[in-house]
Write a protein that binds this ligand. Structure first.
Ligand SMILES: *Cc1c(COP(=O)(O)O)cnc(C)c1O
Length: 478
């Protein structure tokens, strides 16, 4: 129950009076008059009705009020979307924005964002152009497709393809490929929303060509093969090979669509990883349409890439949904810049961060861990122990889900053990999360593990410079 403190209430200054102060003037220069006025109002109203107890002092202190106003303004001006250090060990992490763009793409985005561009204008003849012109040839040359188009993300690509080629028709899919990936993308649900009828074929572990032969009929719109990107089925399994399924589809005159998910444009064996199917291979195997993401292994902006037969792509482009799902100029700028890098394969891996991080050698990561270990340990002295460890990274976003990549990092363990160590670990992860550039790791065996695969040498200094307040927030509350 709050007791009204009359002298205190009377001493609260007016908004106008506070706005006249020189410290208010400085805040106005920084944040604008309207934001400062609002912040002052907010702070004053809290003083008039404080939660819980009445104020202890008898007079309001103007300087203290302005400090609260400044703190409020600083907090409010923090953008919601902020950079973080993704040290989870998952290189393509959807929660952390998946692929980081190459500098070439960042420059292209900046240029496109800054002013007018020939987005849908043909500079040769001064006629209206098509936004797909900015990347279609590149995609065709890189994948061997006849035509290409791009939409907002791969989920949109799948939706658009299904809706264009199989509206009110059946789509046979192997029961082993009825995938759900994060963020509510479930193939059966997308199918329903696209206006198609899913026709389940075969069993969870085994699907044969004759299963498809029986399923394809006059009601079939297309046959779809989905890359089982976030799981693998092992043991007594059978799937129909792409060339076989493609041949059957051709004989029955139904389009054969492959949803690759990650869809890398290079052979991952170059990075010392197992092979992952490429759009080029799917097309060679006879796929009529292939869909894949722009921000997974390709290493570009969020986008859903559709490549394949010219007649089918033309139909897809004419679907009104294409207009609703189209990409904006910044995506086009970034995608086209990233694709350009693929024409110089020798320098590709060093230029595309996703590929560079995946290719990073464990020895280099370990040296980084050894350099950082004492610098992270210092502010945590007496709070937590820090150790260089070997650990496993993964690609993420569904690519090669069972594959682990040898990596190195730091294991940070709270000093207190036994009862209360869970709280100490929580406090530690929260301290790292609350740094000026939040640091996100993963919990393993009672320690916070920072996998340093994605912390490049060039970012080390910035990382260390921001550890200063760690001790304060990681130590137990007094
Ligand atoms: C990731 C993925 C999708 C969805 O792609 P987004 O770009 O995230 O929309 C669809 N299908 C498969 C097989 C995937 O791996």
């Amino acid at each position: 129950m709050s007791i009204q403190n009359k002298p205190f209430l009377a001493s609260i200054p007016s908004v106008d009076r506070l706005l006249q102060r020189s410290d208010a003037g400085a805040l106005i220069v920084r944040f604008g008059r309207s934001a400062v006025t609002d912040a002052i109002r907010g702070v004053l109203s809290k003083m008039r009705s404080p939660p819980g107890n009445a104020p202890t002092s008898n007079a309001a202190d103007e300087t203290a009020i302005m400090d609260r106003v400044a703190a409020r303004l600083v907090e409010e001006s923090q953008p919601s979307l902020r950079p973080v250090f993704n040290l989870t060990g998952t290189v393509l992490h959807t929660s952390f924005g998946r692929a980081a763009l190459p500098v070439e793409a960042i420059e292209a985005v900046t240029l496109a964002a800054r002013g007018a561009s020939n987005l849908e204008y043909n500079l040769r003849d001064g006629e209206r152009g098509d936004r797909d012109n900015h990347f279609e040839q590149q995609l065709c040359r890189l994948t061997g497709a006849e035509a290409a188009t791009v939409v907002n993300n791969n989920a949109a690509a799948v939706l658009l393809v299904l809706n264009t080629l199989a509206l009110r028709k059946e789509v046979p899919v192997s029961r082993g490929e009825l995938i759900e990936i994060g963020g509510l993308f479930r193939l059966p649900d997308i199918m329903a929303r696209a206006g198609c009828r899913l026709r389940e074929v075969g069993t969870t572990n085994r699907t044969h060509l004759h299963d498809f032969e029986q399923a394809i009929g006059p009601k079939t719109g297309l046959v779809m093969k989905a890359h089982s990107s976030n799981y693998s089925i092992k043991g007594y399994t059978a799937a129909v090979a792409e060339p076989e399924l493609a041949r059957l589809c051709r004989d029955r005159s139904v389009p054969f669509v492959v949803d690759l998910g990650s869809g890398t444009l290079i052979d991952l064996r170059r990075l010392g990883l197992p092979h992952e199917p490429t759009p080029m291979e799917a097309l060679k195997n006879g796929a009529d349409i292939v869909t894949f993401s722009g921000d997974k292994l390709l290493g570009g902006p969020q986008a859903g890439i559709i490549v394949g037969r010219a007649a089918l792509v033309a139909k897809i482009k004419r679907n009104p949904l294409k207009r609703a799902l189209r990409v904006d100029k910044m995506t086009i700028a970034a995608l086209s810049a990233v694709l350009r890098l693929y024409f110089d394969p020798d320098r590709l891996v060093e230029r595309v961060p996703t590929l560079r991080w995946l290719a990073r050698r464990v020895e280099a990561i370990r040296s980084c861990a050894e350099r950082l270990c004492p610098l992270v340990a210092e502010p945590l002295d007496g709070i937590a122990s820090v150790q260089v460890i070997t650990c496993d990274s993964q690609i993420g976003s569904g690519a090669l889900p069972a594959q682990r990549i040898a990596s190195a990092g730091l294991a940070i363990k709270p000093m207190s053990t036994g009862r209360g160590s869970g709280t100490a670990l929580k406090r530690l992860t929260s301290a790292f999360r609350n740094l000026p550039v939040p640091v996100i790791g993963r919990i393993e065996d009672g320690a916070l593990v920072l996998d340093l695969r994605c912390l490049e040498d060039a970012d080390e200094t910035a990382f260390v410079a921001r550890l200063a307040n760690l001790a304060l927030s990681a130590s137990p509350a007094k």
